[in-house]
Design a protein around this ligand. Structure first.
Ligand SMILES: NC(=O)C1=CN([C@@H]2O[C@H](COP(=O)(O)OP(=O)(O)OC[C@H]3O[C@@H](n4cnc5c(N)ncnc54)[C@H](OP(=O)(O)O)[C@@H]3O)[C@@H](O)[C@H]2O)C=CC1
Ligand SMILES: CC(=O)C(=O)O
Ligand SMILES: [Mg+2]
Length: 573
C-alpha cells in the first residue's frame, strides 16, 4: 500500500511476515502464492528443499521488478504483454501485484480496459491455464459442488459475469472470464483485497455470438444462450450456493450482464444478498463523482446543469438515478431533476409515446413530453446540454459538430466519453480538447494520453468504475455490510469528488491520478466504513475506533514473506 506516513499495524506486520507451508521442494515454487522467484534466501532454499532448483543467485523483489519491466517492454503487442502478465500472476503472485501496484498507469491498460477487451475476444488463443470457476447451464442442480471444487475456503468477493455484454464488445460468452479476472486483479492492486479471497466466475449459458460459435478455439459451451426460466434457476441456485459455501457476507459483484438481466437481478437480489451491479451502480458513482468535481470548475450547482446521455442502458440509467438523488439532496424536486436529464437510445430521444417504441420500464422515467428526434447532432443543438455523457458503445458518436456546439453553448463544456474499450469511445481526448480549444472538461472510460493545446497540456481523467468498486468492496468486506444501498454509492461519489485536488482540476482531471488509486480506494473505504457504522449497516463489531488505521492495516502487502520451519511437519532430528 502507498505509505500514509503512519506507523500502521500493516507497517509493523511487515517486519514479521512469515509463511508456514507444509509444501516442500518444487511444489513451493509451483505455488504462485509461495513462489518468490530468485528471492528465496539460501536458508529458505535449504529449508523447503529447493536448493539447486533455483539458479544460484539472489535477487530482491525490487531487482525482480526490473526484470519484469524489461520483459514487459520487450513485447511488441499489448496482447503479448497481457499474456506475459497473466503468466506472471500464475507464477509469482506477490511480484505480479507489486509491479501492478507500482506501475498502475502503465499496466492497468493491459490487465484492464482496453487490452482486456481484446484478450476476451481472443481468449481461446490466450488461454494457457484456467483461472476462475466456470459454471454452466448443464451444472444446474450441482452448483454447490462446483463451488466446493474451488481450493480456497474463505472467499470475500466474487465477480461474476455471464459474458453477454463484455465492455462495449457485445456477447463474448465464456471468454468474458477476462473481465472478472481483471476486475479482481484491481481489487487487490487498487484496494489491497487479498487475492486468495477473490473468486472470478463465469456463468456459461452459451453465446449468441455466431463468430465464436464457429471458432474452433472458443472455450465455452458451443451452443446458443439458454434464456428464461432455466437461466433464472441457475442464477438463483448460484446465489444460494455462494452463501452456503462461503457465507452470507460474501460480496457478489455482477459484471457485464446483458441489459435486462442486469436490472432484473439487481432488483431481485439487492435486498437479499451482499451484492451490487458494477455497470449500473459503480459506473453511476464514478460518473456522478466526475460531475460533482466539474462543478468546482464551472462554479454551477448540480441542478443548474442540463445533462444529455447518449445511451439509455445500464450505465446511463444508473448514472441518471444517482444524479437525481444528488440533486434531491441539493434541494431539487423529482420533477425539477428529471427536467434536467435527457436521454437518447438507439431509437432516438426518449420521448413519451414516441413512434419508434423501445421504451422499457427503466427508460420510462426519463421520457420527455417533447417532439421526437433521432439525430444526436440535432438533439444536442436543441437541448443545449452543459454536460454530455456517452455510454452507448457507438464510436465517434460525439462528432466534431457536437463538440463544437458544446463549446459554443458553454464556457467549460463537460464531455464524458465513457464507452469501453478505447475503440468504442464517443470521441478521443485529442478531439475533445482540440475542438474546444482546451476548454472542455473531459473524462473517458478507457485511458487517453495527455493532449497539448496552445501550449497547455491536459491530462484526461479516467471515468471508470475502477475508482469505485475496489474501495466499496474493501469496506463491505471489512465492515460486514450486508446490503449496499444507493446511499452508499452517493457517499462514495462524494468521497471521490472530495479527493480531487486543485492541481488535478488545473491539469484537466476530474479524478485523482491513477497513481494514487490505492490511497484513494482506502480513503473511500474509510468514508464508507464511517457511513456504515453510523447507519447501522455494518455487521462486524467491535466498531474500529480509528477506521483509517483499521482499513489500511488490513490491506494486502506485496512484500514476500519469510519461510520458517514448520514445527509440525518437520521430523525431529
Ligand atoms: N466507464 C465505465 O466505467 C463504464 C463504461 N461502460 C460502457 O458503456 C457502454 C454501454 O454499457 P451499458 O450501458 O452497460 O450497455 P447497455 O447495453 O445496457 O446500453 C447500451 C445503450 O446504448 C444504446 N445505443 C445503442 N446504439 C445506439 C445508438 N446508435 N445511438 C444511441 N444509443 C444507442 C442502447 O439503446 P437501446 O436501449 O435502444 O438498445 C442502450 O440504451 C459500454 O461501452 C460499456 O463498456 C459501462 C459501464 C462502466
Ligand atoms: C468498465 C466497465 O465495467 C465496463 O465497461 O463494462
Ligand atoms: Mg463492466
Amino acid at each position: 500500500m502507498a505509505s500514509n506516513g503512519k506507523d500502521t499495524a500493516e507497517n509493523a506486520a511487515k517486519e514479521v511476515r512469515i509463511s508456514h507451508t507444509r509444501l516442500r521442494g518444487i511444489d513451493v515454487m509451483r505455488d504462485p502464492k509461495l513462489n518468490k522467484g530468485l528471492a528465496f534466501t539460501l536458508e529458505e532454499r535449504q529449508l523447503v528443499g529447493i536448493h539447486g532448483l533455483v539458479p544460484p543467485c539472489f535477487k530482491t523483489q525490487d531487482e525482480q521488478v526490473y526484470r519484469v519491466l524489461q520483459n514487459f517492454y520487450h513485447f511488441e503487442s499489448d496482447l503479448d504483454r497481457y499474456i506475459y502478465l497473466i503468466g506472471l500472476q500464475d507464477r509469482n503472485e506477490k511480484l505480479f501485484y507489486r509491479v501492478l501496484t507500482e506501475q498502475i498507469e502503465l499496466l492497468m491498460p493491459i490487465v484492464y480496459t482496453p487490452t482486456v477487451g481484446l484478450a476476451c475476444q481472443k481468449y481461446g488463443l490466450v488461454f494457457r491455464r484456467p483461472r476462475g470457476l466456470y459454471i454452466t447451464i448443464n451444472d444446474l442442480g450441482h452448483v454447490y459442488e462446483i463451488l466446493c471444487n474451488w481450493p480456497e475456503r474463505k472467499i470475500s468477493v466474487i465477480v461474476v459475469t455471464d459474458g453477454e455484454r463484455i465492455l462495449g464488445l457485445g456477447d463474448l460468452g465464456a471468454q468474458g472470464m477476462g473481465i472478472p479476472v481483471g476486475k479482481l486483479s484491481l481489487y487487490t492492486a487498487c484496494a489491497g483485497v487479498d487475492p486468495q479471497h477473490c473468486l472470478p466466475i463465469v456463468i456459461d449459458v452459451g453465446t449468441d455470438n455466431e463468430t465464436l460459435l464457429k471458432d474452433p478455439l472458443y472455450i465455452g459451451l458451443p451452443q446458443k444462450r439458454t434464456r428464461g426460466e432455466k437461466y433464472d434457476q441457475l442464477i438463483e441456485e448460484f446465489m444460494q450456493a455462494v452463501v452456503k459455501r462461503f457465507g452470507q457476507n460474501t460480496l457478489i459483484q455482477f459484471e457485464d450482464f446483458g441489459n435486462s438481466n442486469a436490472f432484473r437481478f439487481l432488483e431481485k437480489y439487492r435486498g437479499q444478498y451482499c451484492t451490487f451491479n458494477d455497470d449500473i451502480q459503480g459506473t453511476a458513482a464514478v460518473a456522478v463523482s466526475g460531475v460533482l468535481a466539474s462543478l468546482k470548475i464551472t462554479g454551477k450547482k448540480l441542478s443548474e446543469n442540463t445533462i444529455l446521455f447518449q445511451g439509455a442502458g445500464e450505465a446511463s440509467i444508473g448514472i441518471a438515478h444517482l444524479l437525481m438523488k444528488a440533486m434531491k439532496e441539493e434541494g431539487s424536486s423529482e420533477e425539477e431533476s428529471l427536467s434536467k436529464l435527457w436521454m437518447v437510445d438507439s431509437k432516438g430521444l426518449l420521448t413519451q409515446g414516441r413512434p419508434s417504441g423501445g421504451l422499457t420500464e427503466h427508460k420510462m422515467t426519463f421520457t420527455k413530453k417533447y417532439k421526437h428526434m433521432s439525430n444526436l447532432e440535432e438533439i444536442v443543438r436543441e437541448v443545449k446540454p452543459n454536460i454530455i455523457i456517452g455510454a452507448a458503445a457507438v464510436p465517434g458518436a460525439f462528432t466534431e459538430q457536437i463538440i463544437k456546439d458544446m463549446a459554443s453553448f458553454n464556457e467549460r463544456p463537460v464531455i464524458f466519453a465513457l464507452s469501453n474499450p478505447t475503440s468504442k469511445a464517443e470521441c478521443t481526448a485529442e478531439q475533445a480538447y482540440t475542438i474546444t480549444e482546451g476548454r472542455c472538461i473531459f473524462a473517458s472510460g478507457s485511458p487517453f494520453q495527455p493532449v497539448t493545446v496552445n501550449g497547455k497540456t491536459h491530462h484526461p481523467g479516467q471515468g471508470n468504475n475502477a475508482y469505485i468498486f475496489p474501495g466499496v468492496g474493501l469496506a463491505a468486506i471489512l465492515c460486514g455490510i450486508r446490503h449496499i444501498t444507493e446511499d452508499v454509492f452517493l457517499a462514495t461519489a462524494k468521497a471521490l469528488a472530495n479527493l480531487v485536488q486543485q492541481e488535478d482540476l488545473d491539469s484537466g482531471r476530474v479524478y485523482p491520478p491513477l497513481t494514487k488509486i490505492r490511497d484513494v480506494s482506502a480513503s473511500i473505504a474509510v468514508e464508507i466504513a464511517k457511513y456504515a457504522y453510523k447507519h447501522n449497516m455494518a455487521a462486524h463489531y467491535p466498531e474500529p475506533a480509528d477506521k483509517d488505521d483499521f482499513i489500511r492495516s488490513q490491506m494486502y502487502s506485496t512484500d514476500y514473506s519469510s519461510f520458517v520451519p514448520d514445527r509440525w511437519s518437520w521430523p525431529k532430528l
